[in-house]
Design a binder for this molecule. Structure first.
Ligand code: GDP
Ligand code: IMO
Ligand code: MG
Length: 431
């Protein structure tokens, strides 16, 4: 049995990770978020009912499954409070299932103000962040200024760290960005009130996960964002501020690399990106607009339109290696229904006209790359909701098979719709 399984995004996020985590959760004991924050938007659809999760792991709809927020996640207590309330209103007792690392760095209202101020000051150079304070919160973590969730257990210690951080943020907001200072007393009061609501959830996640492992429980590690948004390996500086790759799991929740049994990458049958930055296969024509419309490509967190383009095998080669991907879930195949033909980017031509089959290391070189396509015929039948491989149109099967051949990795599951049940399982990733 595969016990510890990582599920992560292989493109620029929104690959459908939430759906896949949810539909595999009925066979696991726990689901863990290990990086990112409420910049994520993971959509689950069950019987037509939609749930969008930002911070809480996508296993939360399952009774009896533990949901952990690891130390690698930057935690907005305010966002957590909203999400828990929404789930409660929908009849999901989220707090009964949720456990939060004492070492999560907190996101404060001042982090959000700094994120927005920096983006505004960058003008045309803006990254297009989600405006949730993610970057500034990770900066403070690395600078050893952050306040950990568990620090509030000792009021005096927690408050003094919190006040020191607010003072630093106010200095930046006023002196660097010309904005008003925040009222420190107000933030202290608000943060401690929120802490009181969640203090029973505070645990040593690494220790809990070790106990689950020894008890033989199966655990899913749920990535947020995608590999190309990784702060080290992505399209820097147009990235998020955490390690979204498989390597982020160990640091982000305290599970050693030898305890990981399987890495499952989630990939869309085409490519999308939200925010700025290079995107070699981006489409600016009717086909791009059609993908956006059929795929409902609007951000689950910010509602922004996602940029759309063809499948890119070149960066996927690197992504598979970076994460040691064992198998893939290909989502949104149904969105391609009705296209005359489909292009697959099999190599790039670089600025010197040379053929490139692996993405270049610098942003400038990557930006200069032009896609080289192989074209496959499309299909007119609908694939939405299909659960059997043989029921797919022949050309849809040929498209998936060709991608599997080009990528050299098993496509374990093909997803054919947003519903939990809309999957073709070709190889069970949990067995
Ligand atoms: P995540 O951030 O990776 O969890 O992905 P999002 O939830 O942000 O975006 C994926 C969107 O596609 C959501 O609206 C899902 O409901 C939807 N979705 C997931 N899988 C499929 C699929 O196979 N077909 C279609 N049409 N929609 C899907
Ligand atoms: P899920 O988990 C898609 C993008 C933002 C921006 C960049 C930096 O739903 O796949 P940040 O707010 O993190 O500092 O923004 O990263 N981004 C995402 N894009 N899906 C996400 O999450 C994203 N989270 C952040 O659009 O380009
Ligand atoms: Mg998303």
């Amino acid at each position: 049995m595969k016990q510890n399984i990582i599920i992560l995004g292989t493109q620029w996020g929104d690959e459908g990770k939430g759906k896949i985590v949810d539909c595999l959760t009925d066979r696991v004991g726990a689901v863990v978020r290990f990086q990112g924050g409420h910049n994520a938007g993971h959509t689950l659809v069950i019987g037509g009912k939609k749930t969008v999760l930002h911070l809480i792991p996508s296993g939360v709809l399952h009774d009896g499954v533990k949901c952990f927020i690891g130390n690698g996640v930057v935690l907005s207590l305010d966002a957590l409070d909203r999400e828990v309330r929404e789930l409660n209103d929908a009849g999901v007792p989220a707090l009964e299932r949720l456990f939060i690392s004492e070492s999560c760095p907190l996101i404060l209202p001042t982090h959000v103000a700094l994120d927005l101020a920096r983006e505004r000051d960058k003008g045309g150079e803006a990254i297009g962040t989600t405006g949730r304070g993610i970057g500034p919160a990770y900066e403070d973590k690395v600078a050893r200024r952050a306040v950990h969730f568990g620090a509030f257990q000792d009021r005096e210690y927690g408050e003094s760290r919190l006040r020191a951080l607010i003072e630093w943020h106010n200095f930046l907001l006023v002196e660097r960005h010309g904005l008003d200072a925040f009222d420190a007393d107000e933030i202290v009061e608000q943060q401690f009130a929120l802490f009181d609501a969640f203090k029973s959830q505070c645990v040593d996640v690494a220790r809990e996960l070790n106990t689950l492992r020894q008890a033989g429980e199966r655990v899913l590690f749920e990535g947020a964002q995608g590999t190309l948004l990784d702060v080290d390996h992505g399209t820097y500086p147009f990235v998020t501020s955490s390690n979204t790759t498989a390597g982020g799991v160990g640091a982000g929740c305290g599970v050693g690399p030898r305890h990981i049994d399987y890495v499952l990458g989630v990939v869309k049958a085409y490519t999308t990106r939200v925010g700025a930055g290079p995107f070699p296969t981006e489409l600016f024509d009717d086909t791009g607009a059609r993908l956006a419309e059929r795929g409902h490509e609007f951000g689950a967190t910010t509602g922004r339109a996602r940029r759309c383009g063809w499948f890119d095998v070149v960066f996927m080669r690197q992504v598979i290696a970076l994460n040691s991907i064992d198998g893939l879930v290909m989502t949104k195949l149904d969105v391609l229904d009705g296209l005359e033909s489909l292009d697959i980017c099999v190599s790039y031509t670089d600025a010197n006209g040379a053929t490139v089959d692996w993405p270049p290391g610098t942003l400038q070189d990557f930006q200069a790359c032009k896609p080289v396509y192989e074209s496959l015929p499309g299909w007119h039948e609908t694939t939405e909701g299909i659960t059997e491989w043989d029921a797919l149109p022949e050309n849809a099967r040929a498209y998936v098979s060709r991608l599997q051949e080009l990528l050299g990795v098993s496509i374990d599951i093909v997803s054919t719709g947003p519903e939990r049940s809309a999957n073709i399982v070709l190889r069970d990733p949990l067995d």
